[in-house]
Design a protein around this ligand. Structure first.
Ligand SMILES: Nc1ncnc2c1ncn2[C@@H]1O[C@H](COP(=O)(O)OP(=O)(O)OP(=O)(O)O)[C@@H](O)[C@H]1O
Ligand SMILES: [Mg+2]
Length: 222
């Protein structure tokens, strides 16, 4: 059984006729990296929101470990799947960069010293230490992207869904992110990488699916 199964999934936004995703059948494992490619508006972000239960299919279903996603609450899903929004601003709700990372760790019930240790390590890795006390929305676009990724990576989810994670990152930071993803994959975590960055996908993904107008038109890799 795959970690996630999408079976005959179709989706339209409420009150709209246009079918955004059509008959998607896809299995996703909580190991390796699957890249999702396709041109603007083909439905990549919509697909990612179906994976984490923010959206519910109009027809078909999404299972997590054989259980219908619809039977789980968003916090239950969130403990297993980490999600980084295409627009990181939407993700932030804390007063400081440090709290943005510690919040989820505290919620997982980690002891305070362990939380602090993890926050320091991840701030350091993503070169955000000097902004620890900064208001997240005051950061630059690239810094916000790094914070959004760092906050989710700190939780070490079984599956990590990243929507355009390299947008706004310079080559050096992309490399740091890629190295981190490789570490996660080696530690048997799964990654869903939605991207326009073909080189990044080629380098880190072992599977690729291409969407065109809401349908899977190509699948490569194992
Ligand atoms: N909340 C919404 N309500 C109605 N239509 C929407 C909504 N969000 C997205 N859409 C439409 O759904 C289609 C797919 O959008 P989606 O954001 O999933 O594409 P995408 O592949 O992620 O694009 P991009 O590469 O630009 O990020 C587009 O036609 C878009 O206009
Ligand atoms: Mg998108």
């Amino acid at each position: 059984m795959a970690f996630m199964d999408l079976v005959n999934v179709s989706y339209s936004y409420p009150g709209q006729k246009k079918t955004i995703l059509r008959d998607i059948n896809l299995s996703i494992w909580n190991k390796g990296c699957i890249a999702v490619a396709g041109s603007n508006g083909c439905g990549k972000t919509t697909l990612s929101k179906l994976l984490i239960g923010i959206l519910t299919p109009v027809t078909g279903f999404v299972n997590l470990n054989g259980q219908p996603l619809a039977s789980l609450t968003l916090p239950q899903i969130g403990r297993r799947i980490g999600y980084v929004f295409q627009n990181p601003d939407r993700q932030f709700f804390c007063a400081t960069v440090e709290e943005e990372i510690s919040f989820g760790l505290q919620n997982l019930g980690l002891p305070a010293d362990r939380v602090l240790q993890k926050v320091m390590a991840i701030l350091d890795y993503f070169e955000l230490t000097r902004y620890a006390r900064t208001f997240p929305l005051a950061l630059s676009a690239g810094e916000k992207r790094r914070l959004a990724i760092a906050a989710v990576l700190a939780l070490e989810p079984e599956l990590l869904v990243l929507d355009e994670p390299t947008a706004g990152l310079d080559p050096y930071r992309k490399r740091l992110l890629g190295d981190y993803l490789e570490k996660l994959i080696t530690a048997n975590r799964g990654v869903v990488l939605i991207s326009h960055d073909q080189r990044f996908m080629d380098r880190y993904a072992n599977r690729l699916i291409r969407l065109e107008e809401g349908q899977i038109v190509e699948q490569l890799g194992a």
